[in-house]
Design a protein around this ligand. Structure first.
Ligand SMILES: Cc1cc2nc3c(=O)[nH]c(=O)nc-3n(C[C@H](O)[C@H](O)[C@H](O)COP(=O)(O)O)c2cc1C
Length: 350
């Protein structure tokens, strides 16, 4: 279908982003069974638990899926420990995605185990380095994306720059993808596929907190903004989130505990300004927590099961790839054409 789909063995050239607090085994397996690249977030999971979660996915799907590491958060030693625990649990067809450049040891461990390494980058320099590390696929993240941001360029600009330097690289874009029309447009502009995160926050199998899901469904692009406010646990990395009372406040409130999340029966307190997103096991002042969300939220409208979301996107993509009349995207990164439902007003979507 495209080089991305061929390389990773997918029916559709779309990866679901690994997302802490959102992308557990159920979401990963459901997206994978639907033919896209379901991905399990390992984020800060201790190695033994990470291995157990990967086993759960492997038992629930026979289609390719990925596991996602965030070396910048775990540090290189823990990232390697996670991989050493998880890699033996993966079927041959699995892939590993990394948010930012992994350490050389981590990259080697993935490659020695025979799995394609997918590296998400935000700059041309990082793209060069990721290919130097042997990445099978690069994910080019633009500033439209939800979550932590690796660069400062809109996605179209980054794609054009990296494609010009690396005509044969397998490139997926991240940021601004929520419909099959978005995906088809990205491919028409030189990508081999895409990664989407925000699209999957509200789906039935996602473990995002119900309030987080609802806010994404209601939001339009201008309800998101880039901030550095939610720095505790992941400093020095700007992130795109939904506006909330903390983001718009004139004065900083103290970084006291505002919520609790439960993992394997143990309670973990969450301070105000924590990087942790609210999951379905979180209680407390959910509205004050970091709700990562991309500008694509404008076109995210439903809480369907993942299979329905992926099937809809596939249908839109296939019909958009019929006879094409699309002109190149304008310089501001607004997609030239999209399909799927939109949110003319927030009230209508409620
Ligand atoms: C709620 C949320 C959590 C995220 N967590 C991670 C993560 O744990 N690892 C990672 O590689 N990327 C993470 N990302 C970023 C995605 O990899 C990707 O860049 C982004 O979702 C693409 O933009 P979109 O959300 O507009 O589709 C996260 C994004 C969101 C929205």
């Amino acid at each position: 279908m495209t080089r991305l789909a061929d390389r990773l063995g997918l029916a559709l050239p779309l990866l679901q982003a690994g997302m802490g607090a959102v992308a557990g085994p159920e979401l990963c397996a459901a997206v994978s069974r639907a033919g896209a690249g379901g991905t399990l977030a390992l984020y800060k999971e201790p190695p033994a638990r990470a291995a157990r979660l990967a086993r759960e996915v492997a038992a629930a799907t026979s289609c390719p899926f990925g596991v996602n590491v965030v070396p910048e958060v775990t540090g290189p030693a823990t990232c390697l420990d996670q991989l050493r625990a998880v890699l033996p649990e993966l079927p041959r067809s699995a892939f590993v995605t990394s948010f930012g450049l992994p350490d050389a040891d981590a990259a080697q461990a993935v490659q020695a185990a025979g799995h394609p390494l997918v590296i998400q980058v935000g700059t041309v320099t990082e793209a060069d380095a990721a290919l130097g590390q042997g990445a099978a696929v690069l994910v080019l993240q633009g500033t439209e994306a939800g979550g932590h941001l690796l660069g400062r360029l809109p996605v179209d600009r980054l794609l054009a720059d990296v494609r010009a330097r690396h005509p044969d690289a397998v490139l997926a874009v991240a940021g601004g993808i929520a419909t099959g029309g978005d995906l088809a447009d990205a491919i028409a502009r030189g990508a081999d596929g895409a990664m989407a995160g925000t699209l999957f926050i509200p789906v039935a199998e996602s473990t995002a907190h119900p309030t987080f899901k609802q806010r994404v469904i209601e939001a339009v692009a201008d309800d998101t903004l880039i901030t550095s406010l939610f720095h505790i646990g992941w400093p020095h990395r700007p992130h795109r989130v939904l506006r909330n009372p903390l983001v718009t406040a004139d004065q900083r409130a103290p970084a006291t505990f505002i919520a609790t999340t439960r993992v394997d029966g143990r309670e973990h307190p969450i301070p105000r300004y924590s990087a942790a997103a609210p999951g379905n096991d979180t209680t407390g002042r959910i509205e004050e927590m970091a709700m990562y969300c991309g500008r694509s939220c404008t076109r995210v409208t439903a809480r369907h099961p993942a299979a329905v979301t992926v099937a809809r996107l596939r249908q839109e993509y296939e019909s958009a790839r019929g006879p094409r009349t699309t002109s190149p995207s304008p310089a501001n990164g607004t997609p030239a054409r999209t399909s799927g439902s939109r949110k003319p007003t927030r009230i209508q979507e409620r």
